[in-house]
Design a protein around this ligand. Structure first.
Ligand SMILES: Cc1ncc(COP(=O)(O)O)c(C=O)c1O
Length: 383
């Protein structure tokens, strides 16, 4: 099987990730932070190492401001619902994933309003278009770092300057950039950054995090046992346990530590170069086929290894089905949980075929995909 659905979750996971997961379950198994016996202390130390390693990857942020969550979605919900109150207004973009759009929609019922900055039909955001939407009640700008549909990188640094100048919080959804390009919240003026452990960081599913800039206070969405200050019914004020009540995904976080170590070993610059090189081969190859429409970024330096396409009147789900059944190639079709993005690029309601490259894909695999799509064009479109 050729796996080209890394934007959903990366696969395969490095052997060291799988080994760390199994090792935790087999040899450690204790609940971190809940007891003083040696297994619990070791579990605690492993998670502290993962937190420290992630903090370094994000440009040496304060590790206590990294809250582990089960996914990017949970992290985004925590940021939005932990900070926004009735009367607040949020500026977002027309390229967002439902993990920002649905919480914002839900928050409308609580009196939090939002405005969407329209992006171009190529999915590009002009930061200048944000300014007219800012009101006195605007508390936050929330946007993704790169589109999970087109691979477009958003101008987060420029947006960060606007947010800083207007004293508005900036929340970034880094689901598609972590582990693929350098992501350093401090240098981008980012106050809150949500990300997955299971995509570019090569960790297992069930891992993610929210980074919150030091000094920014926020309400926890759930309260309970943290293993600290157990004498009190009051949720502890100390970070990160204030936000990490309940037993965590300790085997997953142990394995995530190895995923981050693997990203560091491969080198972010090498990963970026590899994924972009393959994405460019892919867009050049697909772009030459008759009847194909590509929805990738026009600026080849400002993109990730993800792009979308459609084949004339063929339904995208049929194309993905043929690729899966006849060629053993795994791609994703449909709306990719981002209906707003598809309205922006003109592919709503059917969506696109999405190809997303990961660090372990090869040039040969990309050529196999191009040949397979060429076959489909010849057999289904030109016959
Ligand atoms: C841009 C974007 N944001 C958020 C998510 C949600 O990520 P998770 O599955 O970790 O909740 C995804 C997942 O595909 C995504 O692409």
């Amino acid at each position: 099987m050729i796996y080209l659905d890394n934007a959903a979750t990366s696969f395969p996971k490095p052997p060291r990730v799988v080994k760390a997961f199994a090792q935790f379950c087999n040899d450690i198994g204790a609940n971190p932070g809940r007891a003083s016996h040696s297994l619990a202390r070791e579990a605690n130390a492993i998670i502290a190492r993962t937190r420290q390693s992630l903090a370094e990857l994000l440009g040496n942020v304060d590790p206590s401001r990294l809250i582990f969550t089960p996914s990017t979605t949970v992290a985004l919900n925590l940021a939005l619902k932990g900070l926004l109150r009735a009367g607040d207004h949020v500026v977002t973009t027309s390229m967002e994933h439902n993990s920002i759009m649905r919480p914002l929609h839900g928050l409308e019922k609580l009196g939090v309003s939002h405005s969407q900055v329209p992006c171009s039909p190529l999915g590009q955001l002009d930061p200048a278009d944000i300014r007219p939407l800012i009101r006195s009640q605007t508390r936050m700008i929330a946007l993704l770092h790169a589109s999970n549909v087109t691979g477009n990188l958003m101008p987060v640094a420029e947006v960060g300057k606007i947010a800083r100048e207007r004293e508005i919080l900036l929340l970034v959804d880094a689901a598609q950039t972590l582990g693929a390009i350098p992501v350093e919240p401090a240098s981008l003026n980012v106050d809150l950054l949500a990300g997955p452990g299971h995509k570019g960081l090569l960790g297992p599913m069930g891992t993610g995090f929210l980074y919150v800039r030091p000094g920014l206070e926020m309400e926890p969405l759930w309260q309970g046992g943290t293993g600290t200050h157990s004498e009190s019914f009051e949720q502890p004020g100390t970070w990160p346990e204030r936000f990490e009540s309940g037993t965590c995904n300790a085997p997953g976080l142990a394995a995530l530590g190895e995923g981050i170590a693997e990203v560091k070993k491969l080198g972010l610059a090498a990963i970026t170069a590899h994924e972009l090189r393959l994405a460019h081969i892919l867009s050049d190859g697909l772009g030459q086929l008759p009847g194909i429409v590509l929805y990738g970024p026009s600026d080849r330096q400002r993109c990730t290894g993800t792009l979308s396409f459609n084949l004339q009147e063929l339904d995208c789900s049929e194309v993905a089905h043929i690729l899966d059944r006849a060629y053993s190639i795994a791609v994703r079709s449909g709306l990719h949980c981002a209906p707003a993005a598809h309205r922006t690029i003109g592919t709503f309601p059917h969506g696109t075929v999405r190809v997303s490259i990961g660090p372990y894909n090869t040039e040969e695999e990309v050529h196999t995909l191009i040949r397979a799509v060429a076959d489909i064009v010849r057999i289904r479109i030109r016959s």
